[in-house]
Write a protein that binds this ligand. Structure first.
Ligand SMILES: Nc1nc2c(ncn2[C@@H]2O[C@H](COP(=O)(O)OP(=O)(O)OP(=O)(O)O)[C@@H](O)[C@H]2O)c(=O)[nH]1
Ligand SMILES: [Mg+2]
Length: 420
């Protein structure tokens, strides 16, 4: 039995959960609908039985929401016979503890949900280690109802008090030991990876990585491009482990590898980004990123910005990108582009190629393949005659075409982004 004894996300009966979002007024990224939180909860095996929005100027130190709202939540818990209350924002350990005592049910925040989903999805040895590292780091500051194995053994939520003090002390010590152990194992995996990386560099494979917001359709696109059967589902974080396949492109003899990897999300817990360094490194080491966007999502701007933020954080901000607007088949007729290929401005102001596709129907995929093939050609030339090609100066020149111009020929997939 692992220390982390989380409730098994897939196996157990779903918990009835109340979702809570607190609007602090005008702050970036507040999701009024709580739709994404609901999807996260569903992906973690909960059912949302009610949604509550609170408005405050600043978080309450004790309860995050005000005490009036906390009382209201308590009534709702009883009314809906809820077993958990899930907050869209991060709670401090003290707030979480206080709320659990006050409400008498498990209290979780967004971070915890994401950690739970990751925990249930991790397949590879490395993935599991990374998730456990993130989870223990989070846990070491808070021992709470939802993850307490005492609760699990008793088999009932809703008892007052939570785990006993002696047990908490014991857990803390064990967590410390386990953390040390996992870090050591991950070091070893990291060394193996850098050996593999050196081998790949020697054989001059062109590496393409799919990146993007969770549920954008990366795995579906991966399957369509390489004829694979990677797990794709209408869930957040369906993919955790990296899968890599050879990508065959007409007329290209150079070996091209395509990787599908973990999706990003708003407020991705920092502990996870840190723990998943090795997996995310895949993107930073790529020669080309296919930034997959759910072209039918009303949130696509914010999602793109979030992806770009994480890319910068993991050192992949300067890797050349092609932006892929997926789910063309679901786009409003009025929003359907005239041209499936044009240019788009990244948050950094950089203009890069954009291709519209439907991974589902296959529309636009030929165009995308051509674009990838062109990118491999550019990079191969750069590698082979690094200093003998003055025409490559165009690569670093800012594009000047107008948005209306459709295909902007000055925009090349080989463009390096600069970030302020
Ligand atoms: N209509 C439509 N649906 C799509 C398309 N591409 C993907 N989907 C659906 O979108 C959902 C998510 O697809 P995935 O391929 O799992 O997305 P992902 O980006 O790999 O997601 P994570 O691995 O969870 O981060 C699935 O239900 C897909 O069937 C598309 O082109 N059109
Ligand atoms: Mg996926």
């Amino acid at each position: 039995m692992p220390l982390s004894a989380a409730r098994q996300v897939e196996g157990d009966a779903p918990a009835r959960a109340i979702l809570v979002g607190v609007d602090f007024g005008g702050k970036r990224g507040f999701d009024d609908s709580l739709d994404e939180l609901a999807l996260l909860a569903e992906s973690a095996g909960d059912i949302a039985v009610a949604r509550v929005i609170a408005r405050r100027k600043a978080p309450d130190a004790a309860f995050f929401v005000g005490s009036g709202k906390a009382d209201e939540l308590k009534e709702l818990v009883q009314l809906h016979q809820a077993e958990a209350v899930i907050f869209d924002q991060a709670l401090s350990p003290a707030q979480q503890r206080n709320l659990e005592r006050h409400l008498g049910v498990a209290v979780a925040d967004r971070t915890m949900l994401i950690l739970e989903i990751f925990g249930a999805r991790a397949q590879s040895h490395e993935g599991k280690l990374q998730v456990e590292l993130a989870r223990l780091q989070y846990l070491s500051t808070r021992l709470v109802r939802r993850w307490s194995h005492l609760e699990r053994q008793r088999g009932g939520i809703g008892n007052r008090g939570g785990p006993g003090e002696a047990q908490i002390e014991l857990d803390r010590r064990m967590i410390g030991e386990r953390l040390k152990n996992i870090k050591k194992q991950l070091e070893k995996v990291k060394r193996q990876r850098s050996t593999q990386r050196r081998a790949r560099e020697r054989n001059a494979t062109f590496r393409v990585s799919l990146v993007g917001y969770t549920n954008a359709g990366k795995s579906t696109l991966f399957n369509a491009l390489v004829n694979a059967e990677a797990y794709a589902a209408d869930q957040l974080f369906a993919t955790l482990d990296t899968t890599t396949r050879q990508l065959h492109l007409d007329g290209i003899t150079r070996s091209v590898a395509l990787s599908d990897t973990v999706g990003f999300i708003r407020d991705l817990p920092h502990t996870l980004i840190e723990a998943f360094q090795a997996t995310l490194q895949e993107a930073a080491d790529a020669d080309l990123l296919l930034h997959v966007v759910d072209g039918a999502s009303p949130e696509l701007r914010a999602q793109m910005a979030e992806v770009q933020r994480v890319l910068d954080e993991i050192g992949a901000g300067a890797v050349p990108q092609v932006v892929v607007f997926n789910k063309l088949d679901r786009m409003d007729d009025t929003k359907r582009p005239r041209d499936l290929l044009d240019a788009i401005e990244l948050p950094s102001g950089e203009r890069v190629t954009r291709v519209f596709v439907s991974a589902k129907t296959g529309e636009g995929l030929d165009l995308l393949r051509t674009r990838i093939a062109e990118a491999t050609a550019v990079r191969a030339d750069v590698d082979l005659n690094a200093d003998a090609e003055p025409s490559f100066d165009g690569l670093v020149e800012p594009a000047t075409g107008s948005e209306e111009a459709g295909v902007d020929e000055t925009v090349r997939t080989g463009t390096y982004h600069s970030h302020a």
